[in-house]
Design a protein around this ligand. Sequence first.
Ligand code: FE
Ligand code: CA
Length: 492
Amino acid sequence: MTPQTNPFTLGVASGDPLPDSVVLWTRLAPRPYEPGNGLPGDGAIDVQWELASDESFRHLVQNGTVPAPAADNHTVHLDVRGLEADRFYWYRFRVDGRWISPTGRTRTAPAPTADVDRGRFGLLSCQQYDEGYYTALAHLAGEELDAVFFVGDYIYENAINAQAGARHYTAPLPEFFNHVTLNLTDYRLRYALYKSDPDLQAAHAAHPWYVTWDDHEVGNNYAGDISQDNDPVDVFRARRAAAYRAYWENMPLREAHRPTGPDMRLYRRFQYGRLAQFDILDTRQYRSDQAYGDGWQYPGPESEDPARTLTGAEQERWLLDGFRSSTALWNVVPQQVAFCRHKNTTADRSQLSMDAWDGYPASRDRVLAGVAEAGVANFVVLTGDEHVHYAMDIKEDFDDPDSRTLGVEVVGTSVSSGFDGEEHPDDWTLTLAANPHMKFYDARRGYALVTLERTHVHAEFRTLTGVVTHGAPVSTAACFVSEAGDPGFSAA
Ligand code: FE
Ligand code: CA
């Protein structure tokens, strides 16, 4: 079956690079905003693919045909093998020789034994469509990077009106988007809406991505089987199954991560030569319910119950085993919610966010005990969710600024969630005073760049003047470094 109009409306993507393979992704959608996307509801469409060592495809490395099954909403997840390590490749897809996709560029990881000097990575999160344009992603597409980490809130579940909220569209969106996502069709079309954005397509086409989710890929602040509104568990598990299925379909993930019903293994590990190990977490699927009814609350016996977990026991074991077996210089943990303590007053007793690691302190203590026990010298946590930039030192005792620093946390701001934001919001002075381990705070939109070298890690906080109008310039608000073997951020 040949689509009568261009099916490559949602771009291309690559992800989860290994030294010899990478996942190439696309989705056929001649009518991206309609249920079914204008394609038949069964069977598969053959998609031709090409991978080359140059942008003009003169030096073809591999090619073939891969099915885009209707059952997978006509998505392609091609795990190309037999590649050379630490190299750029270019890829594209065709249907029936008539339609050709945009070209994507990707990069394989270095060989596990390679003595890599440097790796440079983007850190993205939180791209609520109707709160701003993806100008940050257009700028990120032009950065020189080895890969990108996207650490959650790729989509949001909220209703989107015909004007697309802050985007003020004059060509109205279909009424279909004006309700909360609940079923498979809702989630599939929500990804289609987001992925129709040219800046998001450019960022995917420019770099391979390692993705993980937070809450909004399903629904706000859910915890395991428990929705924010405490829906019946079977109802919420059906929603989670639909959301996870659409997530897998729309991300450059391997077949091994394909969900079974409401369960999907997303946490996973990558080596970046001898330079780094990436342990990408899922702190949503297995967590205990938020203590004290969620939100900002005073900690107490309920939040401090050692039986509570943010990772689940199995993922925690996997993480600590990974620290133990690691031979990498840097142990990097890309994950969702703020790891360091974050008080909202300077009083000794302060409310904390029950949705972040602060609401699961025993879980955090077990991770830090694992870091210490394994002798991890260079521990770096990469975080999203907060919709602001923070540079923070991970302290042995957050109440004692003179206690040992165990690592550093880079919280990258949102791409668009939260509208324009501002450099110094109302709580800026108080937040820095209440949290002496916080070295930097900026509440504008943008992304972070994290460069790992043998001697130090460098974090660059990129910000935009705004996102509710398109095309703002990007600039660097601040840079921080932490030395290898001597953790702690200082301004660079
Ligand atoms: Fe968010
Ligand atoms: Ca979130």
